[in-house]
Write a protein that binds this ligand. Structure first.
Ligand code: FAD
Length: 336
């Protein structure tokens, strides 16, 4: 991923799309078609495949990563969590990823699995078990570097509004996270992807803090802001609660005004996320003028809202004439 980013001209924009593995084979077939359509029409620089906490989706995540990397030829970033994972499971995941030709891992700590979220353990093995030796994401970054040298390009997570997974003395606080983010980068992380956010001021502050950090650790590390297209009112409420991302009052008012009409919520949502993209472009123009500027979209496996956003904000890179002919965005528009 970082090689691809470095090869882009400084005025280029790029983006990635995140997908999670469906539970059923029918879900896989549908998502495969959708991914194929989206890849051809939108041309993301890379795609992300999520990993269920504790390895709960191991097999399905690898299956989806295989579809992305091998069948569709997309540069794929496999997420991998390390808490509540035995070393044997981590070794297997990394070996399997390598065998599929995957060169990018998003190294995460993960949260303990919620009992109702995933019932399947992909490998049929105990998710936790013996030899658990990973406490934080940095442990996984170090482990991957130790075992695989430079084979994998490694990304890590960051939180513009502070990580809120558990209470620590300072509460949800950037000050608490920052030394650990420095540690992740100094241990070998190549790029950073952020938690979703709607609070532009928080992101701007975060970007500034990283750039001015006395360690200099972040100067050449791509920082990719994470955005979530708004699908419907309940979902965005739920997601922002879970991720502890705040929706500024002015944006909430715009959503509140149309909350009973799903189509209008989607349309206002596309406006809001497109505005964020344009504002982030301005911030990045100041802070990273000499580098290509990226965006990450949490798609929730849906196609329509993110397609409108990347089209409206001119994030779709030019394709070959044949690719251009193949774009039929009307198809995309009716798909969700
Ligand atoms: P860490 O970097 O380990 O940080 C976790 C907390 O511990 C932070 O509060 C940090 O400040 C603190 N900390 C770190 N190191 C130390 C230390 N040495 N001493 C004391 N405190 C420390 N979850 C999934 O289960 N599957 C996914 O696919 C997934 N994808 C994600 C993608 C992105 C882009 C993001 C932002 C998050 C994703 N998550 C995913 C969620 C993530 O697993 C959780 O937010 C998790 O709680 C923290 O993971 P982390 O890698 O940021 O952890």
């Amino acid at each position: 991923i970082t090689n691809k980013i470095a090869a882009l001209p400084p005025d280029a924009f790029y983006f990635s799309l995140e997908f999670f593995p469906p539970k059923t084979s029918m879900g896989f077939a549908n998502l495969r078609d959708r991914l194929d359509r989206m890849a051809r029409a939108l041309r993301p620089l890379f795609v992300n495949v999520t990993w269920g906490a504790g390895g709960s989706t191991a097999q399905k995540s690898l299956e989806l990563a295989e579809i992305c990397q091998r069948e569709l030829g997309l540069t794929t970033c496999l997420h991998l969590t390390c808490t509540n994972m035995s070393r044997a499971l981590i070794d297997k995941a990394l070996e399997d990823a390598k065998a599929l030709g995957i060169r990018n891992i998003l190294a995460l700590r993960g949260d303990p699995p919620r009992p109702t979220e995933y019932s399947e353990n992909g490998d049929g093995e105990s998710a936790g078990g013996d030899e658990v030796e990973f406490t934080y994401a940095v442990d996984l970054v170090r482990y991957i570097r130790k075992q695989y040298g430079d084979y994998f390009c490694i990304g890590v997570a960051a939180y513009p509004e502070g990580h809120a997974g558990e209470s620590h003395p300072l509460g949800q606080s950037l000050d608490h996270d920052l030394p650990h983010l420095v540690e992740k980068v100094q241990s070998g992380a190549d790029f950073i992807m952020t938690q979703l956010f709607f609070n532009l001021a928080a992101y701007e502050h975060f970007e500034q803090v990283l750039l001015e950090h006395p360690s200099g650790a972040f100067q050449n590390v791509p920082l990719i802001p994470g955005l979530m297209p708004i699908q419907n009112y309940q979902m965005i409420k739920r997601t922002t609660n879970l991720s502890h991302a705040r929706i500024p009052a002015a944006l909430m008012e715009r959503l509140d005004a149309v909350k009973k009409d799903d189509e209008q919520v989607k349309s206002v949502g596309v406006d809001i996320v497109s505005e964020l993209v344009e504002q982030i472009k301005i911030i990045k123009g100041r802070t990273r003028a000499d580098k290509a500027k990226g965006f990450h979209f949490y798609t929730l496996n849906l196609e329509k809202a993110v397609s409108f956003v990347v089209e409206r904000t001119n994030l779709i890179p030019p394709g070959t004439p044949e690719e251009e002919d193949a774009i039929v965005l009307e198809e995309v528009a009716v798909a969700d």
